[in-house]
Write a protein that binds this ligand. Structure first.
Ligand SMILES: [Mg+2]
Length: 227
């Protein structure tokens, strides 16, 4: 038996913040600066609203379509420039462009090149199938993973134990051989540990490490110390 390593995608390998920001820079240029809204005003409000809506989506409080448009309509409302048609256009453009952006977290490809000859690598991502597929297709990430588990397809998100059980079955391994690496304390660290896995917290922003988190890295290349 071999160790199987499961990676998170967004904010762990695919640089969500950089890719999202560069998409919004384009959209500001093309769509909302002419309405008198600067990216500097737009971005912090959008980021906060988007995070709140993702949390609500993960609790099944809103659906995917609502999440995707409301983050723009609510941001425009907060800026006192409500415009539903513009929100829908921004949503369409964002979804079309952002997953095709290619910025990865520092060291992502180097560490995958290091790990992939030694261990089977897999991906478990909370999110949407179309976006995950575009991210894997637009970057070299698509070359490294045997199993790609997308929460939208499976129907349940990390940290629910059933998605980890499903991932083990797909990979053909068992919890004692499974390691998860990701940036989200609940989804990628506490969830897998509860399921009997080992987990490494990717603490990219160098937050204080909670006492219940056994292992962390600040940079992906530090994984070489573990594997
Ligand atoms: Mg993540």
């Amino acid at each position: 038996m071999s160790i199987h390593i499961f990676f998170d995608l967004d904010h762990t390998l695919w640089d969500f913040d950089a890719n999202s920001k560069s998409t919004l820079v384009e959209l500001a240029d093309e769509y909302f600066q002419k309405k008198g809204i600067s990216l500097e005003e737009f971005y912090p409000i959008y980021k906060e609203i988007n995070a709140t809506l993702w949390k609500r989506w993960s609790l099944n409080d809103i659906d995917q379509a609502t999440l995707r448009v409301s983050r723009f309509s609510l941001t425009l409302e907060a800026l006192k420039k409500p415009d539903q048609a513009l929100a829908e256009e921004l949503s369409f453009q964002y979804l079309n462009r952002s997953p095709k952006k290619t910025q990865l977290m520092p060291g992502a490809i180097e560490i995958l090149d290091y790990l992939s000859p030694k261990y089977p690598l897999h991906l478990i991502t909370n999110g949407f199938k179309d976006a995950a597929e575009a991210k894997l297709k637009s970057t070299p990430l698509g070359n490294y993973f045997k199993e790609v588990i997308v929460s939208e397809v499976f129907g349940v998100q990390k940290p629910h134990p059933s998605i980890f059980q499903h991932a083990l079955e797909q990979a053909g391994t068992s919890a004692e051989w499974a390691w998860m690496i990701g940036d989200n304390l609940d989804a990628d660290v506490r969830g897998p540990i509860k399921a009997g896995w080992k987990a490494i917290y990717f603490n990219h922003f160098q937050q204080p490490k909670p006492a219940d988190v056994p292992m962390e890295i600040h940079h992906l290349l530090e994984l070489k110390n573990f594997f």
